[in-house]
Design a protein around this ligand. Sequence first.
Ligand SMILES: Nc1ncnc2c1ncn2[C@@H]1O[C@H](COP(=O)(O)OP(=O)(O)OP(=O)(O)O)[C@@H](O)[C@H]1O
Ligand SMILES: [Mg+2]
Length: 284
Amino acid sequence: MEIVILSALVARTAAALSDGVKMTTLLQVQNVSKSFGGLRVIRDCDLQVQEGSITGLIGPNGAGKSTLFNLIAGTSGIDEGAIYFRGEDVTALPAHDLFSRGLLRTFQIAHEFSNLSVFENLMMVPGGQAGESLFNACFQRSQVLDEERALRQKAQDVIDFLVLGPVKNELAGNLSGGQKKLLELGRTMMVDAKMVLLDEVAAGVNRSLLQHLATNIERLQRELGYTFFVIEHDMDLIARLCDPVIVLSEGQVMMEGSMVAVRNNPAVVNAYFGGGSTIAAELV
Ligand SMILES: Nc1ncnc2c1ncn2[C@@H]1O[C@H](COP(=O)(O)OP(=O)(O)OP(=O)(O)O)[C@@H](O)[C@H]1O
Ligand SMILES: [Mg+2]
């Protein structure tokens, strides 16, 4: 396996061994509420995500799933309650602080990056390289070159891991929907992500690429210790990837359990049908 990914794996495995094998709460959402213009979209919401899990978040359209992700990722401020990440209160932290702590959500490739190649998109991700400072660029050239070399190696490792080699030099704007999602996932690998929020990752992705994407999500969890929190309307994908699954309805957690338990819960099925959701048929 590639050098950088292997060393990350060894470091994480060592940390896991020294901690002992135990379930640790990575993310805790505590009594969180959020309103938009008087409409209470998230209501006293309580949930936890365990470290190393792929936790699903499902619910009818308009249940508040994406809003909750925005609150967790710091792209929108909460009205009430608290959010803890790795035991620390991160409630008021902006997105870039959370990002540097390893909590991130994938974003669509920004318009201005669509004219860069896949490789260049990966190279753009990490901040704080020595070369970004004019002083360093002029006076510490060997350090800059070392970092540049390490960065290129890391980008190549990510490309190998995700099997993006055939499109390495393709412009991001020319990729298919599924290849773009893989690149978005690859961008999380360029920083030391602990937890990645995925909002409707399957949307617009063809079936075969979706299986490749799902396999990579599982590999990132198993081999690199990622924790995923996944919003998805594709119930087959949720059933394949996620345990547990949290059901959100009208801004509150309705239940948490295995996908089998969720499918067998009449209240959940009612919430889907009651909301007139188009995905009710996929749930049952
Ligand atoms: N910025 C906003 N301003 C006003 N209302 C908003 C805003 N963002 C979300 N809402 C409202 O909050 C509610 C929840 O929306 P949200 O997008 O979180 O639902 P969702 O569960 O992600 O739905 P979907 O499955 O359709 O993506 C909706 O009624 C939506 O109209
Ligand atoms: Mg949404």
